[in-house]
Write a protein that binds this ligand. Structure first.
Ligand code: PMT
Length: 220
């Protein structure tokens, strides 16, 4: 699609969860299925973009015409994203549900069940989105915000703190929407405006998001 909203643009999208290993057989993760990120990737491809998906472990197939680079941990996601932006990127969209913390160390052997209670020390993971948006040569950067309360306030705060051009707020407390569902409802915020999209399928929301982001990208 040489005349689409994103014709000639290189788009990098993070999707899915990350997994943070505890020992050789266990990890910390979350309920992200990757569906929202993959739907956005398809919509961006259909709008004429060259699309790279940086994907955590998901059960989805690589969509036709889209390169997928698979990652496991938050560290991997940052490394793959930084490399992708080094290679050239006009638009970076972070839909991934990255684990905020990881176990301080990964045990080399399976942890045994000995005590009645145990504590697992955690350390902060790097923030891919904030790192990309903070680069001198940052692409147009769009984040997501999964929230369960005070959605608009937290989302707008994240947009400012992480230096984003737009943020897609996802109320993940609504039943049947958000994590792991085929449907979603979001509100997009940018400096001076907002738009609510859905409830609808993630594919329909992806298409509308791409149109909206494309308009703002053109305005520079
Ligand atoms: O995958 P699905 O099942 O389709 O579900 C879609 C979704 C609910 C996961 C998606 O729509 C969504 O809301 N993604 C963001 C989830 C999230 O973890 O949000 P957050 O508020 O914790 O993070 C804010 C932003 O920073 C996100 O763009 C996130 O990708 C990014 N981030 C966060 C932490 C981190 N270490 N690195 C990041 O890049």
């Amino acid at each position: 699609n040489g005349s689409g909203e994103l014709a000639g643009k290189r788009v990098v999208i993070t999707a899915g969860p990350t997994r943070e290993p505890i020992d050789p057989v266990r990890y910390i993760s979350n309920h992200s299925s990757g569906k929202m990120g993959y739907a956005l990737a398809v919509a961006a491809r259909d709008a004429g973009a060259s699309v790279l998906l940086i994907s955590g472990p998901v059960a989805l197939r690589a969509p036709a015409g889209i390169e997928v680079r698979s990652v496991v941990t938050a560290d991997d996601m940052l490394q793959a994203s930084s490399q992708a932006v080094d290679e050239g990127c006009d638009l970076f969209i972070a839909t991934a549900a990255v684990a905020d913390y990881r176990p301080e160390s990964c045990a080399s052997d399976k942890i045994k069940k000995t005590n009645e209670a145990m504590a697992l020390p955690l350390v902060r993971n790097p923030d891919t989105l904030a790192t990309i948006a903070g680069r001198q040569d940052a692409p147009f950067t769009v984040g997501f915000a999964a929230e369960t309360s005070d959605v608009a306030r937290y989302a707008k705060d994240k947009m400012q703190r992480k230096n984003l051009r737009m943020i897609v707020a996802n109320d993940v407390s609504a039943p049947g929407l958000g994590f792991n569902s085929d449907n979603n409802a979001v509100t997009v915020f940018w400096s001076g405006g907002q738009e609510t999209i859905g409830p609808d399928t993630k594919q329909a929301i992806g298409s509308r998001l791409v149109a909206l982001i494309g308009q703002h990208l053109k305005q520079g």
